[in-house]
Design a protein around this ligand. Structure first.
Ligand code: DQA
Length: 145
């Protein structure tokens, strides 16, 4: 069975509470239940992770590479400046798809840059939970996982 790691970064544990005008009222548990259900429908084993810590996110990216799981990654604000997460993505041969709930290009200028996108398989922004589902469908079609 294909395996997918869904890795959410800093402050995404605050979904539902944090800036609901930007991120909506649904919680991280809602997001994880949503994507797990989509996984079930496509016979894909989805494991969900969230951390506010950079090193932990890096360890999970490495672990995905080691077990051959595709990755759906929302690095949160680390997207915009973490060369360490960029290098972690570059260090694995499994596909990593970067997802952002909000349309980062319609927001503050510092959110327009992603240091992680160039080493990712692709990037989906601004589609809320749907973006994770689209990333899952894309991973299901990739040969590497
Ligand atoms: C985010 C966008 C980032 O700029 C922000 O720092 C986040 C969430 C998103 O999903 O829209 O924490 O990654």
């Amino acid at each position: 069975m294909k395996q997918v790691y869904v890795i959410n970064g800093p402050n995404l544990n605050r979904l539902g509470l944090r800036e609901p005008n930007v991120y909506g009222h649904e919680t991280l548990s809602d997001l994880e239940a949503f994507i797990k259900e989509k996984g079930k429908q496509t016979s894909c084993e989805v494991s969900c992770f969230q951390s506010n810590e950079e090193g932990q996110l890096i360890n999970w990216i490495h672990a995905a590479g080691d077990v051959g799981a595709g990755v759906i990654l929302n690095p949160g604000a680390f997207t915009h400046y973490s060369y360490a997460i960029r290098d972690a993505i570059a260090s694995v041969s499994v596909p990593v798809i970067e997802v952002h709930l909000s349309n980062v290009h319609a927001r503050e200028a510092f959110r327009h840059e992603s240091v992680t996108a160039a080493v990712s398989r692709g990037q989906i922004v601004g589609l809320g939970f749907k973006g994770y589902h689209l990333a899952l469908l894309a991973l299901m079609e990739e040969g590497e996982i």
